[in-house]
Write a protein that binds this ligand. Structure first.
Ligand code: GTP
Ligand code: K
Ligand code: MG
Length: 425
């Protein structure tokens, strides 16, 4: 039997109200120990909380939720206390003194919810993201995940996979019995193609990490182009050293910037010199290349002919007379605020599109990797008419999807199967 845990579940005191949660078999006993008796289920009762010596700690609302239909799947007691630091500390001390109770570790309530089947892995991750969400898109997608949107979508996909697999297996059995080359009948191709299209659309949406960490904007180009000056103008502070000496920036510098509700991660890089004897500069250039490869948007401050494919070409130092703008997407100067505003508009345009999601479903990178694995298997199934290979690839596709929900493939298939039965069967 698991031990009973407690923790302050509301925000850091002082606050108007502090909610202390107790979860586990001794929850009701804990309510009895502090409040004199455990109230009837799901009724808020106003009680005086006392420690073991009988000293009054607070007047609090005590609510008892009997398991298993609770957030954690266990007996759960909530103490809605006054939110002062001393009150909360005294209540926690009194709870710790109750035999069988201990303070919860971080995330332990959610962990129990997961272990008791109250939520799936995707919901647990969604909850974690929800607590950290800063932007509107992050909030929306994390809430959807916490409420089970990812689990429902994946569960639906597993249902469809198992339905296709069942038809294919039946076809194979029939072919065995009839002893014919091609038994005709069921063609899994349309159902597989439809599923694959949905997965690809989901994979085209931004990841949870991109929504959280922001769009990676990398500034690159030859030495002395004005990269660090532009970086400082965008970050709105003197984050990078600027000097007339070529090769001033040697390392990769980052700044997180939130602009019009869009999170960006700006990166300044070392100037890309052709050849250099300087060891530090060479390492800096290697790092610049890595940063450029990981860019969502690459701002190229250099000759248009040397611009990497897909880069936004910026003509720098636009304030200088005789500056050449030929072939550039935009002329900018750290010294001309209107050019910086124009650059922000361009960035918002591109970044906004990258962060747009149809519906509310964003997957974490690990979830995306698993869905991509399943999609690769389904793609193989789609490209063959050999039903044996189709059946095998459908099984292969099931595994990563099940893992995404924290289940093994057999368990997931059984869930998909029995989910179709009526309640009480
Ligand atoms: N007139 C003018 N000078 C600029 C502008 N931007 C940068 N400079 C000057 O150009 C020189 C180089 O600027 P940086 O921002 O250090 O250039 P960088 O590309 O980061 O250089 P490295 O890090 O050495 O590759 C400095 O003397 C800046 O003051 C600009 O928009 N207009
Ligand atoms: K410089
Ligand atoms: Mg620089």
């Amino acid at each position: 039997m698991s031990d009973t845990i407690f923790a302050l579940s509301s925000g850091r005191p002082p606050a108007a109200i502090a909610v202390v949660r107790v979860s586990g078999p001794a929850a009701c006993g804990a309510a009895q120990a502090l409040a004199g008796r455990c109230p009837p289920p799901r009724h808020a009762s106003l009680r005086t909380l006392r420690d073991a010596a009988g000293a009054a700690l607070d007047r609090a609302l005590v609510i008892y939720f009997p398991g298993p239909a609770t957030a954690t799947g266990e007996d759960l007691v909530e103490l809605h206390c006054h939110g002062g630091r001393a009150v909360v500390a005294a209540v926690e001390r009194a709870l710790a003194a109750v035999p069988g109770l201990r303070h919860a570790r971080p995330g332990e309530f959610t962990r129990r919810a997961l272990e008791n089947g109250r939520i799936d892995l995707a919901q647990a991750q969604g909850l974690a993201d929800l607590l950290e969400a800063e932007t509107e898109a992050q909030h929306r997608t994390a809430l959807a995940a916490a409420e089970g949107a990812v689990g429902r979508a994946v569960g639906g996909w597993l249902d469809r996979l198992s339905a296709i697999a069942a038809q294919v297996e039946a076809q194979l059995d029939f072919a065995d019995e009839a002893d014919v080359e091609d038994a005709g009948g069921y063609d899994p191709a349309p159902a597989i193609a439809a599923l694959l299209a949905e997965w690809r659309a989901t994979l085209a949406a931004p990841s949870v990490e991109r929504l959280r960490d922001g769009v990676r904007v990398v500034i690159a180009g030859p030495p002395n182009a004005g990269k660090s000056s532009l970086f400082n103008a965008l970050a709105d502070r003197d984050a990078a050293i600027v000097t007339p000496i070529a090769g001033t920036t040697r390392d990769v510098l980052e700044a997180a910037v939130m602009r019009d509700g869009i999170p960006y991660r700006l990166t300044d890089t070392a100037g890309l010199a052709e050849a250099t004897d300087d060891e530090v500069e060479r390492i800096g250039i290697d790092r610049a290349a890595t940063a450029m490869a990981g860019a969502d948007i690459l701002l190229w401050m250099g000759a248009p002919v040397e611009a990497p494919a897909g880069a936004v070409i910026l003509a720098g130092k636009a304030d200088l007379p005789g500056a050449d703008h030929t072939g550039a997407d935009l002329a900018v100067s750290a010294r001309l605020p209107h050019t910086i505003a124009a650059l922000w508009a361009l960035l918002a345009d591109r970044a906004g599109a990258m962060l747009t999601i149809d519906g509310d479903m964003a997957l974490r990178q690990t979830q995306r990797d698993r869905l991509a694995e399943a999609a690769a298997a389904l793609d193989l199934a789609r490209r063959t008419t050999d039903l044996l290979i189709v059946a095998e690839q459908l099984r292969v596709a099931t595994r990563p999807l099940a893992a995404l929900l924290g289940k093994d493939a057999t368990e997931a298939m059984l869930d998909a199967l029995f989910g179709r039965f009526c309640l009480g069967k």
